[in-house]
Design a protein around this ligand. Sequence first.
Ligand code: SF4
Ligand code: F3S
Length: 106
Amino acid sequence: AFIVTDNCIRCKYTDCVEVCPVDCFYEGPNFLAINPDECIDCALCEPECPAGAIFSEDELPEGQEVFVELNQELSLIWPNITEQKDALPDAAQWDGVEDKLEYLER
Ligand code: SF4
Ligand code: F3S
């Protein structure tokens, strides 16, 4: 599956949801999660993310392993999102800030 990682937190640009053919993105307050059982590994979402936050599970950057379980867990709790919306107001400021996991809201 593809995995949403750290840099999505506090940005949530949502460009990714527009291209997903199986609508497997789920929305929390400041992060999106992909349901790994629904993702068909089409890879369309990866280049769409302005924050570069989406990776194949097989090519996860070092330190992002925790997001495998988080995507699984949160995608089962949060509502589905299929249409792009405005990014979070401070997205540009938070884009590229490292280790935002402590700010993840549920
Ligand atoms: Fe959706 Fe394809 Fe991205 Fe999986 S890889 S989340 S199916 S767009
Ligand atoms: Fe997050 Fe990137 Fe989608 S910032 S909401 S994974 S476009």
